[in-house]
Design a protein around this ligand. Sequence first.
Ligand code: R1P
Length: 275
Amino acid sequence: MTTILTQGMIQEAADYIRSKSGVAPKIGLILGSGLGVLADHIEEAVSIAYKDIPYFPQSTVEGHAGELLIGTVQGTPVVLMKGRFHMYEGYGPELTAFPVRVMKALGVAKLLVTNAAGGINTSYKPGDLMLISDHINMTGRNPLVGPNDAEQGPRFPDMSEAYNRKLREIAKQVAKEKEVPLQEGVYVGLLGPSYETPAEIRMFRTLGADAVGMSTVSEVIVARHAGIEVLGISCISNMAAGILDQPLSHEEVIETTDRVREKFLNLVLGIIPKL
Ligand code: R1P
């Protein structure tokens, strides 16, 4: 069932957040599994628990703290989600992307989405960072299903440049300056929560996917619907099923994201002021 998220509900959540911080964020960040460390680098940070924000869902997954932070990164005003929502937690796609609507209401024009993803491209290795060039939505769901509120965006939004080319160029430039190796590839988003089978991974590789995960696509669809420009970075936390002779686990995902912490921080903190 689709939850109808009205402009009034979005405003109520945004007003609550505004009542807690005077910072007017221009950039939104969503931190994926194990990548919450970036939150420690926000200056003048005000933290708000998701449970206190009207209509916000709750985080139920390890590595997703359930906190919204508002503050600045080298003078750039940001709003940051330390933890995101996934459809496999039982939330509809429109609800997983509700915070993006709220970010828009707060004045956010650019969104940086991050995630932990399994490497499908066999030239990747765990610990690599990948700029998302495009995505394939294999969740079978779309957050825009239901009545369209023209105030929020068009009925049929264009997705031909979901991940903004100019923002990707900025990210590549920063990666070069900071000597952080950066892959670039296509993210395939699935419903989860079971990891993929080796046969599914072979299929996704044939379809042109380089990395796989269970998030991001709904957030990006809603961001584009709302006219927000998107940049996406995946942390390749493990190789996808069937590539290495070992089972997959969320513990490994968290371990790898922990290991790449410095590289990830270096890149993302360098990108934010340039967006
Ligand atoms: C699986 O280990 C979890 O890690 C990824 C997958 O989507 C899944 O939730 O998390 P994020 O996409 O939230 O980073």
